[in-house]
Design a protein around this ligand. Structure first.
Ligand code: AMP
Ligand code: GLY
Length: 419
């Protein structure tokens, strides 16, 4: 098969890496891809949001399957456009990707179908939102309705902070149209677990659990980032919790989407908080998580092409998905200054040395290849991933890899996997 993967980050590198292991794959493309991906797939300079360009490329190059990985092209209907052109595509259609693209939609869905989540109200008028905030307990959570690059959630400690958040989102439109509505939500407490699941709209098969570290600095200090590292499995996601979530969250979500006439096919990501009252949904994503994918796919025993085919053909129930019993840890190496200002274009050394261990793989998030050299090209640069039989061993191995890789101003957390 000739497969095109859409996207350019560490998640896409992990998907391409796993697809490249399939005997079913004849040729891999990635658009736009990055330096690391270019060692496994032919990178084509089409922007991830260029729906027309992607459809044209897929047609002109006899692509058998397009895997749409990022949220914005899914929300904008790239899968619909590919299907209309007769091209097989992996990922939810626009009317199902709304589960991530609109928080008010997902909250209303959960309320309607009794799926456990924080109590909330939705407002499309900032004055009404602020009036409501006057009578609430704090902290409280203010969320922009739409896609906001992971920055649309504000935990407000006081009325003043919440009011400022509402004004920023709804009046100053700091997230553009994503701020036409806000969701104001009860503040919950508890550890967070990510569970990604394959679903063809009929069955839902959860992947192994993972946890991420969102803050920039050790001990969860510093600013929120796109993710500084992940590990799998989570130590707190017990078989009992998994069973509860299957019955009360995963299956009901897939069924609810069917009942709404929005069949969801692809990867459904459940962001869960394990509260004293039981697991509750923090958010849905309509895609593989980044950097969760970098620790989940290395544990997958199956051929990923077969799973993608089963999802597209709605034959997932006939697929036996197996995971290895070990553990995986991904340490993000970022540019100094990330998530604020940082410089790029620095040469990266030690990659080959780090990957000499067969159980270490370096997924590139923001690199480019120039004259056989890899240069930094983003805030998150690399995800050094290690597999071993236990989390402890995988943590040690991942940091051995990190120690071998150098570039100017490199920054990484030293406590990934320790929570
Ligand atoms: P979201 O994008 O909705 O997952 O929110 C991003 C992060 O904000 C989550 O991973 C949580 O750490 C935090 N968060 C979101 N909603 C709540 C809530 N209701 N209570 C406490 N923390 C929350
Ligand atoms: N790691 C969180 C996300 O992919 O949205």
């Amino acid at each position: 098969m000739r497969i095109l993967v859409v996207g350019s980050g560490g998640r896409e590198h992990a998907i391409v890496w796993k697809l490249a292991q399939s005997p079913l794959v004849e040729k891999l493309y990635c658009a736009p891809g990055n330096g690391g991906i270019s060692t496994l797939a032919e990178c084509v300079p089409i922007k991830a949001m260029d729906i027309e360009g992607m459809v044209r490329f897929a047609k002109d190059n006899q692509i058998d399957m397009v895997v749409v990985a990022p949220d914005d092209p899914l929300a904008a209907g790239m899968v619909d456009a590919l299907e209309e052109a007769g091209i097989r595509a992996f990922g939810p259609r626009k009317n199902a990707a709304i589960l991530e693209a609109s928080k008010s939609f997902s909250k209303d869905l959960m309320k309607k179908y009794g799926i456990p989540t924080a109590k909330y109200e939705v407002f499309d008028n900032s004055e009404h939102a602020i009036e409501y905030l006057k009578h609430q307990e704090y902290p409280i959570v203010v969320k922009a309705d739409g896609l906001a690059l992971g920055k649309g959630v504000i935990i407000a400690q006081s009325f003043e902070q919440a009011q400022e958040a509402v004004n920023n989102i709804m009046q100053d439109k700091v997230f553009g149209d994503a701020g036409n509505k806000v969701v104001i939500e009860e503040f919950m407490v508890g550890p967070e677990v990510s569970v990604l699941a394959f679903t063809d709209g009929k069955s839902v098969i959860p992947m192994v659990s993972s946890q991420d570290h969102k803050r920039a600095l050790d001990n969860d200090q510093g600013l929120n980032t796109g993710g500084m590292g992940t590990f799998s499995p989570s130590r707190i996601y017990t078989p009992e919790i998994a069973e509860y979530c299957m019955e009360h969250v995963y299956k009901p979500t897939v069924e609810a989407m069917n009942k709404e006439g929005r069949k969801f096919k692809g990867v459904l990501y459940f962001g869960l908080m394990l509260t004293k009252e039981g697991p509750k949904v923090l958010e849905y994503n309509a895609r593989f998580g980044d950097p969760e994918t970098q620790v989940v796919l290395p544990r997958l025993e199956n051929d990923l092409v077969e799973i993608f085919n089963a999802v597209i053909d709605e034959k997932l129930d006939a697929t036996d998905i197996q995971w290895n019993n070990g553990a995986a840890v991904c340490v993000i190496m970022a540019s100094g200054g990330y998530p604020q200002q940082y410089k790029t274009g620095y040469e990266i050394s030690g990659l080959e040395d780090a990957e000499r261990d067969a159980n270490v793989v370096v997924f590139h998030a923001g690199t480019k290849k120039e004259n056989e050299k890899f240069l930094t090209a983003g805030g998150r640069v690399l995800g050094v991933t290690a597999m071993d039989s236990t989390l402890e061993a995988a943590i040690a191995k991942a940091y051995e890899g990190v120690d071998k890789i150098h570039f100017a101003d490199r920054h990484y957390r030293k406590d990934i996997g320790r929570k």
